[in-house]
Design a binder for this molecule. Structure first.
Ligand code: ADP
Ligand code: MG
Length: 221
């Protein structure tokens, strides 16, 4: 668990992902350690390398994510990453090496604990769609499947997920299943201790088969 003097406290990404996996949510295969070359065993490339740092919240803003690496590129990427992230003022305590999840689509799922209401759950299209267009839909947990389907149907960008513009249609059933594992009756949110106030899965990679949470942020109060 990390802390930052002027920012939220968070559970580290690898731990958050193992909690997700235990709840039946797919995450990329990955390993954490000091020497990224030693982490290559048992993983299949291409790889994603991420800096682990308790103070680093938006990793890519500080050069803390490198995607699409071949095995022989990992060492140099780690050296550059350590320098760049340190220069941005964050100490790299370890590296997380992961397998690449296939897209092409990215969606965002979040949950915020709201006193008196419970967990407010958000789903949206990833990247520019959530940041600029705020194409998101909300619901209050526990959410049953028809409610989850309804939330997804509310998204204006849904046709993009369904394969408009020639992209591969996303596995929306897998997305519904992921949200159900998180926010359904008896889902992960029900099991979260009160200290956990926010969960962000940004992004979830969606392809023709499956939904994989490639980033996970659990905020602790
Ligand atoms: P940040 O802290 O900057 O949000 P992320 O872990 O979300 O870092 O990584 C940045 C981007 O890299 C993601 O939005 C996603 O597009 C891509 N990415 C990260 N991990 C993976 C992965 N395992 N497979 C495929 N793409 C990934
Ligand atoms: Mg992210």
């Amino acid at each position: 668990m990390g802390s930052q003097a002027d920012g939220p406290r968070m559970i580290d990404e690898a731990t958050a992902k193992s909690i997700l996996a235990a709840a039946g949510i797919d995450v990329p295969a990955g390993r954490t350690g000091d020497d990224p070359e030693l982490l290559l065993a048992d993983l299949t490339g291409p790889f994603v390398l991420k800096a682990v740092s308790p103070t680093l919240i938006h990793k890519s803003d500080a050069g803390g994510v490198a995607v699409g690496l071949a095995a022989d590129e990992v060492r140099a990427a780690a050296k550059t990453m350590r320098e760049t992230v340190s220069a941005a003022g964050h100490e790299v305590s370890a590296f997380l090496l992961e397998e690449m999840a296939a897209g092409p689509h990215e969606v965002v799922v979040g949950a915020v604990r709201n006193p008196g209401v419970g967990w407010v759950v958000m789903v949206g299209l990833g990247g520019v769609f959530v940041e600029v267009l705020q194409d998101v839909a909300f619901g209050v947990a526990p959410l049953v499947r028809p409610q989850i389907v309804e939330m997804i149907d509310e998204l204006r960008g849904l046709p993009l997920l369904q394969g408009a513009r020639g992209s591969e249609p996303a596995d929306l059933d897998a997305l519904v299943g992921l949200i159900e594992a998180l926010a359904g009756p008896g889902g992960l949110l029900d099991l979260m201790p009160p200290q956990v106030t926010e969960i962000d899965l940004n992004p979830i990679k969606l392809g023709a088969r499956g939904a994989v949470a490639v980033d996970a942020r659990f905020v602790v109060d």
